[in-house]
Design a protein. Structure first.
Length: 105
């Protein structure tokens, strides 16, 4: 069984047991699970795909939070030739690493 969820404008295909990186969000310290309710598609083992318009009603994906971390640094360079213009900048994106525990349709 798998599902396609929407999180922060990105579509992610998930199955039970998958570990995925999602956008960071403000959560209380004692919360250990995240529920994704914007489910675009649910496909069972033998059943046909249940496609939402835009979301599947009553479907949700539950995941346990594993860690909060940052990605590797990305170097951004702005450059204009023959003008003496060069700007360097770095960026690290925060993310939550979660493990999908259940898909309810």
């Amino acid at each position: 069984m798998y599902a396609i969820i929407e999180d922060s404008g990105t579509q992610i295909k998930v199955s039970e047991g998958d570990e995925i990186k999602v956008a960071i969000r403000d959560l209380p310290e004692d919360v250990a699970t995240v529920v994704f309710d914007k489910v675009l598609l649910v496909k069972g083992d033998d059943a046909e795909a249940n496609v939402g318009a835009p979301y599947v009603s009553g479907a949700k994906v539950t995941a346990d939070i594993l860690e909060q971390d940052r990605t590797k640094k990305i170097r951004v360079v702005k450059f204009k030739r023959r003008k003496g213009y060069l700007r360097r900048k770095g960026h690290r994106q925060d993310y939550l690493k979660v493990k999908v525990t259940s898909i309810d349709s």
